[in-house]
Design a binder for this molecule. Structure first.
Ligand SMILES: [Zn+2]
Length: 113
């Protein structure tokens, strides 16, 4: 139920924002989700639709922007995009790397009426 709890936290943020801005209706919700979060888009959209019923966000479109994984090599400080979950520095072949992008999960923008 990973996606369900994510959908709930998104909804909470969205409804708080909507209320703050005196919105009647939320039209679009855009989120940024790091690839490492392993979110299944369809499942998230399904749960989101389910829990937004009878709220200001009912019928809102959920757009998910996937953030690819980026890592930095500790020994040589080279920054690179991680493909196929291979955490290996392409420059010096070190496996001693830090993930610098790809873990984020945030509501980027909402469109209201
Ligand atoms: Zn390196």
């Amino acid at each position: 139920m990973h996606e369900m709890s994510i959908a709930q936290s998104i909804l909470k943020i969205v409804l708080t924002e909507a209320q703050k801005n005196g919105a009647q209706k939320v039209k679009v919700v855009r989120i940024r989700a790091g690839q490492l979060r392993g979110i299944v888009r369809e499942q998230l959209a399904f749960f989101f639709e389910f829990i937004t019923k009878d709220t200001a966000a009912e019928g809102a479109v959920l757009e998910v922007e996937q953030v690819p994984i980026k890592a930095q090599c500790k020994p040589c400080e080279h920054t690179f995009m991680v493909q196929d979950y291979k955490f290996l520095c392409p420059k010096c072949q070190s496996k001693d790397v830090d993930v610098v992008e790809g873990m984020e999960l945030a509501v980027k923008e909402i469109e209201i009426e």
